[in-house]
Design a protein around this ligand. Structure first.
Ligand code: AMP
Ligand code: MG
Length: 498
């Protein structure tokens, strides 16, 4: 049987051209009965992939890894990482294989990676496989994040392999095709730093700068400039997560992208009622990656990146440390400013005032105490603003609270603050609606979709996927997808590496 499809994607594999120690050539495993369950046609078009005339069985052959495109040069990448604070000098793509890079018609370079397509030289004890549930979960949530306007890897295809994977029970195996601007992680730098491979660190710095920070590629100190770029993007990214209530769940340094995209949707979840301590991952028992901890964790991870970069920041170690510390010190203020800007926009404040941070802090406290749904509340608040911001205009917002007393105490200060805005209330409400989603991938909806898909019914998955394409627009007939979970929906837990 042919091991390659006749199709060519026009790959241009800049990462695989780096020295051999960066990657290991690896062929995807065969799937015994590949079946396409989801395909992202708009993304394929945007990427300029020549798949328009292919039927679903041909797509399933390609994106299961059974018959990769003729010009693919599949590799698994090496990386290390701090997982829950402990360092592993060798992780790597244990269940992912990079088919190659394409340059889109618009000039963007994108990785095409199969996840769950079998063992690689980095698999250690793992089977290299993925189960259908987590594959569809990543498909839904990463595409939802994209539609929310948040930098993220994308999902191009999901294919059932026809082979079982064994977890607590036997599950259907599946392969996700993930698209990313690259798969370079903090852990990639750590891998070479741990081996004192300065030459590789230099090459990787150069590669990452040219690929993700072309404006910085002429910098006098490339490694320091790269570090500053990653600081900026991560400070922006985590604030964006918090704008929509996203908990990544496993912010290990191997899951933090140098490009500033959200990557690795294992145990992630969105909060329903506001709770800064929300965490969903069953293995994050210390709440290291809880909702409100994510800024601090990003900073911790960036410190690990700084350590890895020290040898290429300056030959003089003390000087390198001083430069890196000087850059990292800017993170907290940068992150706070991004988060404050995001929260200001959520409550419709276009102008900035001194007291805004306190106003927002008090609101979040009221929301936490009052068990207010994080998504519904801000849309309801915008209704009050649109109605004129009068005392009686915020009953919908009040209705989101289980215990509304602290919200009622907060409201007069907010109404006073609105009066001082120089913009029209109608305009402010419109701006609020453009940053406050109606629809997020609510955990109970995601679980419902995955449970049905496991039984062969893809309709709930497809409906949810569709609703999440336009998260900021109210969609007639889809009101149920904006509803918080039923009251018996208890302590939700997610599982990673599954
Ligand atoms: P994650 O927590 O999913 O980001 O994965 C951490 C590390 O475990 C990475 O090196 C993965 O490639 C590896 N890994 C996770 N699941 C598997 C699996 N089923 N088989 C082999 N390696 C895996
Ligand atoms: Mg990972």
């Amino acid at each position: 049987m042919d091991t390659r499809a006749t199709i060519r994607f026009g790959f241009d594999n800049s990462y695989a051209r780096l020295p051999r120690r960066f990657t290991a050539p690896t062929e995807p495993a065969k799937a015994s009965a590949p079946l396409l369950v989801a395909f992202n046609t708009p993304l394929a078009e945007e990427m300029g992939l020549p798949v328009k005339d292919l039927g679903s069985s041909e797509l399933a052959e390609i994106f299961s890894g059974n018959r990769p495109p003729e010009d693919a040069e599949p590799v698994a990448s090496a990386y290390a990482g701090h997982q829950f604070g402990g360092f592993s000098p060798q992780l790597g793509d244990g269940r992912a294989i990079l088919l190659g890079e394409v340059v889109t018609p618009a000039g963007r370079r994108l990785d095409i990676q199969l996840k769950g397509s079998g063992r690689t030289p980095f698999s250690r004890g793992g089977d290299g496989r993925a189960a259908l549930g987590p594959v569809l979960r990543e498909f839904l949530v990463s595409e939802a994040m994209h539609a929310l306007g948040i930098p993220t890897t994308r999902a191009l295809a999901a294919v059932v392999t026809g082979d079982p994977v064994y977890r607590e029970t036997a599950l259907q195996g599946a392969v996700l095709t993930r698209v990313a601007s690259s798969h370079i992680r903090i852990g990639t730098f750590q891998y070479f730093a741990a081996r004192q491979d300065k030459e590789a660190l230099e090459l990787l710095t150069r590669h990452a700068l040219e690929r993700h920070y072309p404006d910085r590629s002429d910098a006098e100190n490339p490694a320091l400039s790269l570090f500053e770029g990653v600081i900026e993007r991560q400070a922006a990214l985590v604030a964006e997560w918090m704008r929509v209530g996203f908990v990544h769940g496993v912010m290990n340094t191997d899951n933090m992208s140098i490009s500033g995209e959200t990557i690795d949707y294992g145990p992630c979840a969105f909060i329903d009622a506001y709770d800064p301590s929300a965490r969903f991952s069953s293995i994050d028992t210390g709440s290291r990656y809880a909702f409100a901890n994510q800024g601090a964790v990003a900073e911790w991870n960036l410190a690990r990146l700084a350590e890895a970069l020290l040898p290429v920041i300056d030959e003089d170690e003390q000087k390198a440390v001083d430069l890196a510390v000087g850059a990292l010190r800017k993170f907290p203020a940068l992150f706070s400013a991004n988060l404050l800007a995001a929260m200001r926009s959520k409550i419709g404040l276009a102008d900035a005032e001194e007291g805004d941070a306190a106003l927002i802090r008090d609101l979040l406290k009221a929301m936490h105490q009052g068990h207010a749904d994080y998504t519904r509340f801000f849309r309801a608040l915008a209704k009050g603003v649109r109605a004129g911001g009068g005392e009686g205009d915020f009953e919908d917002a009040a209705g989101v609270f289980v215990d509304v007393s602290a919200f009622r105490d907060w409201l007069p200060a907010y109404r006073d603050r609105l009066v001082r805005e120089r913009h029209d209330l109608e305009v402010l409400a419109g701006a609020m609606d453009s940053v406050n989603p109606v629809y997020i991938p609510r955990n109970y909806r995601v679980e419902e979709a995955l449970a049905a898909a496991a039984e062969g019914d893809l309709q709930p998955f497809n409906t949810l996927r569709n609703v999440l394409l336009k998260p900021y627009e109210e969609q007639a007939g889809m009101e149920a997808y904006a509803e918080p979970p039923p009251s018996d929906w208890g302590n939700y837990r997610t599982f990673c590496g599954t």
